[in-house]
Design a protein around this ligand. Structure first.
Ligand SMILES: Nc1ncnc2c1ncn2[C@@H]1O[C@H](COP(=O)(O)OP(=O)(O)OP(=O)(O)O)[C@@H](O)[C@H]1O
Length: 226
């Protein structure tokens, strides 16, 4: 696993402290991040690909300093947002998948082959030439995940990818995520998704308050919410 390391990370917006003294070395295959609304989870994971910069401290991905090697880090990190509409950029499903491989240097025949493979693997073949806006929420999130995976990231960061989905689609997306070979860092309020995870980090008011196996970590989180 490439591993993500937060070294003494603080994040402040003007006088407000959002994250404080974060020291984490995340090397496990599947890591969950939980915490109340506004506790700092999104800010934390957005530092992994440089979307948010720490006020002090460093973030390293596979040993690369995100601040210095943002481009290389972004080639390794696939990011899924809560709302797939924010990352679907092309008019049709097939075009959107092909867009992921722009600049990959692959010959057109290989781009075609990979896109067709992804359409089949993600159950999107019958929608290949449909406008993306006609997809259901679950299909859009599948498309976003398929597009991210085409870039062959070594790490997937998923920030509440099931928040907008119904239960059936929550299950469909979570099964896909759980089956990934890549390291997965998942922020979620759907605690059942963390069954079988290797590690769960609980954030409260910008600090790590528990960091453990899912059982004890989630017990602590529920206590905190209590
Ligand atoms: N660009 C910004 N400027 C000022 N404050 C910000 C900015 N981004 C985030 N914040 C604040 O930082 C805090 C943490 O936000 P963040 O989105 O990281 O929390 P979260 O744990 O992901 O919440 P949720 O579960 O609701 O998504 C919030 O109070 C938010 O208002």
């Amino acid at each position: 696993m490439p591993g993500v390391r937060f070294e003494q990370v603080d994040l402040r917006y003007e006088r407000r402290t959002v994250l404080e003294s974060i020291d984490l070395d995340l090397v496990e295959h599947r890591v969950g991040i939980v915490g109340a609304n506004g506790s700092g989870k999104s800010s934390l994971v957005r530092m992994i690909n440089g979307l948010v910069r720490p006020t002090s401290g460093r973030v390293l991905v596979g040993g690369l300093d995100v601040a210095r090697e943002t481009r290389r880090v972004r080639q390794r990190v696939g990011f899924l947002f809560p709302d797939a509409d924010h990352q679907i950029v092309m008019p049709t499903v097939r075009e959107d998948l092909a867009f992921s491989l722009r600049g990959s240097g692959l010959p057109a025949a290989q781009v075609h082959e990979r896109v067709e493979g992804a359409l089949t693997a993600y159950g999107l073949a019958e929608h290949a030439d449909h406008p993306c806006y006609l997809l259901s929420g679950g299909q859009k999130q599948l498309l976003a995940l398929a597009a991210v995976l085409l870039t062959e990231p070594t790490l997937i960061v998923a920030d509440e990818p099931t928040t907008l989905l119904d239960l059936r689609n929550v299950r469909a997306i979570s099964a896909r995520l759980a089956a990934l070979e890549q390291q997965l860092i998942l922020v979620t309020h759907h605690l059942e998704l963390l069954d079988g995870f290797d590690r769960v980090v609980v954030i409260d008011e910008g600090r790590v308050v528990a960091d453990d196996a899912p059982g004890p970590a989630l017990e602590r989180y529920v206590e905190l919410l209590g």
